[in-house]
Design a protein around this ligand. Structure first.
Ligand code: GLV
Ligand code: MN
Ligand code: MN
Length: 409
């Protein structure tokens, strides 16, 4: 009989982790390396240790649970995982599902007496969300050598904190060198965070690629002046210029047909009702599955800013925050996901991830792929994020099967 995960244990842990890091208004907010993140990490490490796995933490705070198996094989391990940091006012599934399902898969195999040939590792990577520290996926990027450890530790957050100091403060500045385990393969189970699977009535996404991401911070400098006395034609209004960028990007991405553009943060200075904004600072998040089209979006933004400098007489400064090309996943693992879904009688489809994931970094050092399960209403980065229990359990059982397959290679 084929093995299945412990549904109650997985769902109970998801709910428990989702209760950690709630603010006074009940909003879930476990930003990377915060006190709330520490509480979440402590719960995870407790479960990893209770399962009889070795706990390891690397110098950028990535947490690992390692099961070497009874034979203590020297073969490269199969790694599963994701992240447990969250956005502001988050749902409980993004990232946490992949980490807890990964632990669940290893515990299930450990208890079954069916030891795989390869060691198994579950990973929870630091600062995947990128809300507090840019770039996003910083922990996995550092793990694969895409960012030097010194630069990563010196990263200054939106609140002025320094990541290395915060990791030390919460007790998660570990001792292992990032990259200390080089996996045979990496598989990440995640909620889709988009509408496709639910809309098409498909239970499983076999994720074959991730779209490219470009993050920038733009500062527009105008001139503060009196809101009542300054004629419209005499204004040098940073707020108005910023608003023009927001609508320009929306139209640009809509015309492209594939890409997406988001201005998620905006601040005015001095931020007063009767003062024309002297400064507007905002973030831009551009994404597209196609590299050339992503470049075109970036060029569109540059052109728009140049035009504003001319027409609105503002000064503009642009700071790159993150830049990742589209990533193609390993075809064999994608095939294993489809085959496992078929064996479970579940419809699957190949798809591109709209969100960024640690798997796209791990793909730089080993074969990697992802499994998606449906998100109701396509809603994520929102407390209403939801995936039915049956889909969560099915996804974890698909992961179990794919891991068994990879561990036997
Ligand atoms: C991570 O959640 C992202 O922004 O894609
Ligand atoms: Mn995620
Ligand atoms: Mn996320």
């Amino acid at each position: 009989m084929s093995l299945t995960i412990d549904t109650g244990r997985l769902l109970g842990r998801l709910r428990h982790l989702g209760s950690i890091g709630r603010d006074g208004e009940g909003r879930l907010c476990r930003l990377a390396a915060s006190d709330a993140d520490k509480a979440g990490r402590d719960a995870l490490v407790g479960w990893i240790a209770a399962a009889g796995l070795e706990v390891a933490v690397d110098r950028i705070g990535n947490v690992f649970g390692i099961w070497r198996g009874p034979a203590a094989s020297n073969l490269a391990p199969v790694m599963v995982g994701s992240h447990i940091d969250t956005v502001i006012d988050a749902g409980i599934y993004d990232g946490c599902y992949g980490v807890l399902a990964g632990l669940e898969v290893i515990e299930t195999l450990k208890a079954s007496g069916r030891a795989p040939d390869r060691p198994l590792v579950v990973a929870a990577f630091t600062n995947e969300e990128g809300v507090r520290y840019a770039p996003d996926m910083l922990g996995s990027l550092t793990y694969v050598g895409g960012l030097s450890l010194d630069v990563a530790l010196a990263t200054v957050g939106v609140d002025g904190s320094v990541l290395g100091a915060e990791l030390a403060r919460i007790g998660y500045a570990g001792t292992e060198a990032p990259g200390f385990i080089r996996p045979h393969a990496y598989v990440e189970l995640h909620i889709e965070q988009g509408p496709v699977l639910e809309k098409e009535g498909v239970a499983v996404g076999a994720v074959e690629s991730v779209q490219g991401i470009s993050w920038q911070r733009v500062t527009i400098e105008g001139v503060a002046n009196h809101a009542g006395t300054t004629p419209m034609r005499m204004r040098c209004d940073a707020g108005h210029a910023a608003a023009r960028v927001v609508t320009f990007l929306r139209d640009l991405a809509a015309a492209n047909g594939f890409g997406v553009a988001t201005v998620g943060c905006m601040e005015f200075a001095p931020n007063a009702i009767n003062v024309i904004p002297a400064r507007a600072t905002f973030t831009v998040d551009l994404r597209d599955p196609d590299s050339a089209r992503l470049h075109a979006l970036e060029e569109g933004l540059s052109g728009c800013l140049a035009e504003l400098m001319r027409v609105e007489r503002v000064k503009v400064r642009v700071e790159p925050l993150a830049r990742f090309e589209p990533v193609a996943f390993d075809r064999d693992i994608v095939g294993h996901v489809e085959a496992a879904a078929a064996r479970h009688g579940l419809p699957s489809r190949r798809m591109t991830s709209g969100a960024g994931h640690d798997a796209q970094m791990m793909a730089r050092i080993c074969p990697a792929a992802m499994i998606f399960v449906p998100s109701i209403g396509g809603i994520s980065h929102n407390p209403r994020e939801h995936t039915p229990e049956a889909d969560l359990v099915a996804g974890a059982n698909i992961l179990l099967e794919v891991v068994q397959r990879l561990a036997a290679e």
